[in-house]
Ligand binder design. Structure first.
Ligand SMILES: Nc1ncnc2c1ncn2[C@@H]1O[C@H](COP(=O)(O)OP(=O)(O)OP(=O)(O)O)[C@@H](O)[C@H]1O
Ligand SMILES: [Mg+2]
Length: 305
């Protein structure tokens, strides 16, 4: 079962000439990080906000773990879904600990459990609890505020996380380290993450799957490798910067690229390629198998090493 399912979802704001989100359908697999990518105004935020019912679709249905989300009370739904936005959205009059405790309190957790959870999350995002627990948001750097925003979203241990350009306002170096953090957390916690970005490099680094939007529609939903190498149309090709294919491919995580390596076959223990296979195929076999050499076949006959 998919963790999140969009079924023909549309939203037309009152007075708008066309829908902000237009008949979007897709299945988000549990435990995957899906990056929603597209130009400004294409409907990314609108799509995301319908998942936790900050907006209601004018048409279509959204399911979480098979249940249509309108069957949940909006407040109950939001407690099950972590939400991280660009300016962290921390409550300025609350300390770091109080900010993180918001959802656990609503969920009725005991005080000691909440305190333990705060320390656990601060440790997870590498901010020592003794030092940061009692600070106010204004006493933190932008990157630290985003880490607390992330901790707060994780506090109730939601299975689904929505992240709307969470690192948009952050300098490049901090941004890269926050991206690494997300990948580490993802590996550790196995959340299903919908992550909005309009930064192609960020998307290529993070995504298990890319969901490309244009004018409210999903134009492609596939792995980063496939989106780069088989763009659905010229818009996707240019959005992805696919003219500089080597550079863009180099941004992919090895594990996401590996999914696409053809299952190789071997002859006498050596991986085999055919003369007509691409060099990329040959290189990927070397990378995949670690073999020092390849057997090259010519229409099935061994021709070279
Ligand atoms: N509350 C609203 N009322 C009316 N129109 C809205 C509202 N929110 C968004 N829109 C419109 O819906 C369209 C999609 O907006 P959305 O915020 O989803 O874009 P986005 O892809 O997130 O863009 P960005 O990358 O700039 O954040 C835009 O044309 C926008 O003007
Ligand atoms: Mg947006």
């Amino acid at each position: 079962m998919s963790a999140i399912r969009f079924n023909q979802v549309s939203l037309q704001f009152p007075g708008a000439s066309r829908p902000a989100v237009d008949r979007c359908s897709c299945d988000i697999e549990s435990g995957k990080l899906v990056v929603i990518l597209g130009p400004s105004g294409c409907g990314k935020t609108t799509l995301l906000k319908m998942v936790n019912r900050l907006y209601e679709p004018t048409d279509g249905k959204i399911y979480i773990d098979g249940t249509e989300i309108r069957q949940f009370k909006a407040t109950a739904l939001r407690q099950r879904i972590g939400y991280v936005i660009q300016q962290s959205g921390l409550f300025p009059h609350m300390t770091v600990a109080q900010n993180i405790a918001v959802v656990p309190k609503l969920l009725g957790w005991s005080r000691p459990t909440i305190q333990a959870r705060i320390d656990e999350l601060l440790t997870l995002v590498e901010l020592p609890p003794q030092e940061y627990r009692n600070r106010y948001p204004a006493q933190l750097s932008g990157g630290q505020q985003q880490r607390i925003g992330l901790s707060r979203a994780l506090a109730g241990d939601p299975q689904v996380m929505l992240m709307d350009e969470p690192f948009g306002a952050i300098d490049a170096i901090t941004r890269t380290s926050l991206q690494d953090e997300i990948l580490r957390l993802q590996r550790q916690l196995k959340k299903t993450i919908l992550f909005v970005s309009h930064d192609v490099e960020e998307a290529l680094r993070l995504a298990d799957y890319l969901l490309i939007m244009q004018k409210g529609r999903i134009v492609q939903y596939d792995t980063p490798f496939n989106v780069l190498t088989k763009p659905a149309n010229a818009f996707v090709h240019s959005l992805m910067g696919a003219d500089d294919m080597v550079r863009q491919l180099s941004l992919l995580r090895v594990e996401t690229a590996m999914m696409h390596l053809p299952t190789d076959y071997t002859q006498n223990g050596t991986p085999t390629v055919d003369r007509s296979d691409s060099l990329r195929h040959a290189l990927s076999l070397i990378l995949k198998t670690g073999a020092p050499k390849l057997t090259v076949l010519d229409q099935g006959r061994r021709s070279a090493f």
